[in-house]
Design a protein. Structure first.
Length: 640
């Protein structure tokens, strides 16, 4: 037994020694082993030579088993049924290049796309001779490092797939032989049901090849080519003029003139003040009404200039008609001509108000005023943030828009903090103070903000709250005084008088951030406001044309039927309408690339990058160009 035990112990020791030798042989540096394998692999047919050599970001989509490099405009737009390959290259202080390789899988991506994304991620690492790991990212579970590649929260998910799968599935065409046979059998039975002459036959007709006998049984079936019998034989035999045909074919089918024009300059404070005075010079009086229930009632004087997004308002303005200077002196002495006037009935509809208000106005209030003023009455319908200069000038920059409905908000609201942003687009005449989400991320250094903060419990001195006027570091100095006036006269509700405190950016008290839900990062670069431009791309005129919206544009100017181009001075967004045609999309994309190339020559210090924006999934860099961005309105007939 002792010999057997000794032999087994020796055998065990020998086996352990062999395992140690094998482990020593396999303990080779994995990087060196990887370098040996790389020499046997060639990825030049898949990845370009200059990929990853300099700093930058590259994104590929998997299509038919292979990665396809996508345009920079589509970075951050991921389809949930596709897989992507992402490479981030940065240059370190030492001069060496560091690579980060990710492969992103959509939750509905097919097996072949996910597998190929992982395989090509390793191939990309071998192609670059990189030593980094390939990192797997899944939809809705991305790491912070991956999100930072696209600006933090700039990732947009799109339903469906943009690329085709590499798997082939056999889809059998639908067989309608049985239906044809059943039809022939039914015709035969119908033929035998009724006694018919012997010469009656059953004939078979094929679509688009029907016989004349068959067509004659249908009224209005006429395939005869129309002939103009008024033309002479000489005109018919005349050969077409090639010059005329060439000239007609070479006619301009696109109009891109607006893209090459300069941006409309903003009005100076002096010009804005002059325009405001000119617009109010002929105003004799103004009466305001608001829709309550189904009737229009007079608006209290204390609420003049305060609007609610779910309400409709009517303003009756009487203007004096100033005689022309060319009139004779005798006419100048005519009292009746000097006292001539005209009336304009402005109907203002909030963004969240229904069209029932317009119907009540059309059938109730408008006929009443038409009987009084007859042909001297003009009706102008306006929507929120789409008012004209004449109307806005009557409020002298004190134009406040609150969320909700007037009656409900005045009675039950005011118990929570409210944040307003004051912005003037192009001219101080267009100054509006609109309520926005009460979050620190909504602040912008380029504008003045007003925070109404009610206390949960009244203080010992009787104060129930406070109103902060936040002055952005890059805001217009001419707006500071008006922001304070609006806070004192209009943000304070009808039954309260909260103290107003003006604070500058960077000098906020702790209570200010507490009411805002905590201090967070916000937009501190307001240079975009000097470059914002909005273009509309449409073919409604029969040809593709690009036109520029006014500087005072808003969110509702984004038309579902068209494509919009937005320039914020750093990025150029191509916004796709839900009902835009494919032709418009292709032409608008080409127009946007031309616009970006044009700006690179005109503004060399501010080169633009083209980005894609989809309705309902716009990034924050897109939304900041619009005053008080909110939810998109649902067009009538569309499902929510």
């Amino acid at each position: 037994m002792s010999k057997i035990a000794g032999a087994s112990a020796a055998l065990k020791a020998e086996r352990e020694e062999e395992e140690q030798k094998l482990a020593a042989r396999s303990a080779v540096n994995w990087k060196a082993n990887l370098d040996k394998q790389r020499k046997q692999l060639d990825y030049s047919d898949i990845f370009d030579e200059d990929v990853g050599r300099d700093e930058g970001l590259w994104v590929w989509e998997i299509e038919n088993f292979y990665p396809s490099l996508i345009d920079e405009a589509f970075y951050g737009q991921f389809y949930d049924a596709d897989a992507y390959l992402v490479l981030k290259t940065t240059k370190e202080i030492s001069g060496s290049i560091r690579h980060e390789i990710y492969y992103w899988l959509g939750e509905k991506a097919t097996l072949d796309k996910g597998m190929c994304a992982a395989v090509h991620a390793v191939g990309l690492r071998n192609h670059l001779n990189a030593t980094c790991r390939t990192i797997r990212e899944e939809m809705n579970d991305e790491s912070e490092e991956f999100l930072d590649l696209f600006g933090g929260e700039e990732i947009v998910y799109i339903e469906g797939a943009r690329t085709s799968t590499g798997f082939f599935t056999v889809e059998k065409p639908p067989h309608i032989t049985s239906e044809i046979m059943a039809g022939q059998k039914m015709v035969t039975e119908l033929h035998e049901m009724i006694e018919r002459p012997d010469y009656v036959q059953v004939s078979r007709e094929t679509e688009d090849e029907e016989s004349m006998m068959f067509r004659s049984k249908f009224a209005g079936w006429d395939d005869i080519v129309p002939v103009d019998f008024t033309r002479t034989s000489e005109s018919v035999s005349r050969v077409p003029d090639l010059k005329v045909l060439v000239k007609r074919d070479n006619m301009m089918r696109t109009d891109l003139t607006a893209l090459f024009l300069d941006r409309q300059p903003a009005m100076s404070p002096e010009e804005s003040e002059e325009l405001l005075n000119d617009c109010n010079e002929d105003l004799e009086f103004i009466e305001s009404f608001v829709l309550e229930g189904k009737k229009f009632v007079r608006l209290p004087d204390g609420e003049f200039g305060s609007f609610y997004t779910m309400d409709c308002y009517v303003f009756l303005c009487r203007y004096a008609v100033i005689p022309d200077e060319s009139e004779d002196e005798s006419d100048a002495g005519d009292v009746e001509s000097q006292q001539d006037f005209k009336c304009v009935l402005y109907f203002w509809q909030g963004r969240d108000a229904s069209n029932m208000g317009w119907l009540h106005f059309t059938f109730q209030l408008q006929p009443t005023f038409e009987k009084i003023f007859k042909d001297k009455l003009e009706v102008v319908r306006m929507h929120q943030q789409q008012e004209n200069h004449k109307f806005l000038s009557h409020f002298h920059r004190k134009f406040v828009i609150r969320r909700g409905r007037r009656g409900l908000t005045r009675n039950l609201g005011g118990k929570w903090p409210e944040l307003f942003q004051m912005r003037a687009n192009g001219s101080s005449v267009c100054t509006r103070t609109i309520q926005i989400d009460c979050r620190a991320t909504e602040l912008c250094s380029g504008f003045c903000h007003i925070l109404r903060a009610p206390f949960k419990v009244a203080r010992e001195d009787g104060e129930k709250g406070i109103v902060y006027v936040w002055i952005g570091s890059q805001s217009d100095p001419h707006e500071h005084e008006y922001a304070r006036r609006v806070a004192e006269e209009m943000i304070n509700r009808h039954d309260e008088s909260l103290p107003v405190q003006v604070i500058k950016e960077g000098e906020e008290p702790d209570d200010f951030w507490e009411y805002m839900g905590g201090k967070k990062n916000y937009e501190k670069d307001a240079t975009f406001f000097r470059y914002t431009r909005l273009f509309r791309c449409t073919n409604e005129k029969g040809y593709f044309a690009v036109s520029e919206k006014t500087v005072d544009f808003c969110q509702d100017d984004l038309d579902d039927d068209d494509i919009m181009i937005l320039d914020n001075g750093e990025l150029v967004f191509l916004w796709l309408g839900a009902r835009a045609s494919e032709v418009e999309v292709k032409l608008a994309y080409k127009a946007a690339t031309v616009y970006v190339a044009h700006l690179r020559m005109r503004q060399t210090d501010r080169p633009r990058t083209l980005k894609l924006a989809i309705k309902g999934k716009e990034s924050k860099r897109f939304k900041k160009c619009f005053h008080a961005w909110g939810r998109h309105k649902v067009p009538a007939g569309d499902s929510v």
